[in-house]
Design a protein around this ligand. Structure first.
Ligand SMILES: CC(C)(COP(=O)(O)OP(=O)(O)OC[C@H]1O[C@@H](n2cnc3c(N)ncnc32)[C@H](O)[C@@H]1OP(=O)(O)O)[C@@H](O)C(=O)NCCC(=O)NCCS
Length: 184
């Protein structure tokens, strides 16, 4: 496991928000909607943005998590029981690690840190969507399974219509998405 420190990035920390924005919008990640400073700043205020840094303070990875809200509900409606879609359920929204630091446990450390924080605060149900199905390289699917997430459903071309440009597809991501749930 690589040496990283996981900390919450405060929405007022404009330097870190800018670094996280750059990471999200980089070609190897392609989360274009979060690659805009004002959008990510609002998310960091309304949700929780985690950052993984090395000893020198360089940002290697980021993760956004927050309570299921009206917007994210839409993604899961029809796939997940309405009883799961409440603000008591936390969604792991977007995990991204710089390519040079992948496959060293940074993504796992970020997801673990998010789960720990929310569990300490009484939240025990987590939803997420993981890219899979033909694409699959640099996906979070394996690490999520190991951290106790179970597959609810595979959705073909889950990301079609979103601004996500995954590293494996030219333009819009046409990978499948696995909707996943972790609960105690
Ligand atoms: C998905 C993503 C966040 C994972 O980050 P990561 O830091 O590589 O995650 P981890 O290192 O914890 O785990 C990834 C793999 O590396 C393996 N790994 C972890 N530590 C390792 C080590 N020390 N040596 C060898 N392999 C290791 C894990 O077992 C896992 O393998 P698997 O996928 O075959 O099950 C990253 O690949 C990424 O940013 N992808 C592009 C953005 C994206 O698509 N995000 C959406 C998520 S689907």
């Amino acid at each position: 496991m690589t040496d990283v420190t996981i900390k919450i990035i405060h929405h007022g920390d404009s330097t870190r928000i800018q670094q996280a924005t750059d990471l999200y919008k980089s070609k190897s990640v392609g989360k274009l909607h979060l690659g805009q400073f004002p959008v990510l700043e609002v998310h960091a205020r309304e949700n929780v943005l985690f950052g993984a840094t090395n000893d020198d303070g360089e940002l290697r990875g980021v993760l956004l998590a927050g309570a299921v809200d009206i917007q994210t509900r839409k993604d899961y409606e029809g796939y997940v029981s309405p009883s799961v879609l409440t603000p008591r359920t936390i969604e792991i929204l977007d995990t991204a690690v710089l390519p040079a630091y992948r496959r060293q446990g940074v993504g796992t450390a970020l997801v673990q840190a998010a789960i720990e924080l929310y569990e300490k605060n009484g939240f025990h149900r987590f939803l997420t969507a993981s890219r899979f199905g033909g694409c699959g390289s640099d996906s979070s699917f394996g690490l999520l399974l190991r951290l106790g997430f179970e597959v609810l459903r595979e959705v073909q071309e889950y990301y079609r219509g979103s601004s996500f440009q995954c590293p494996d597809c030219e333009g819009t991501c046409l990978c499948s998405g696995y909707l996943m749930l972790r609960e105690e």
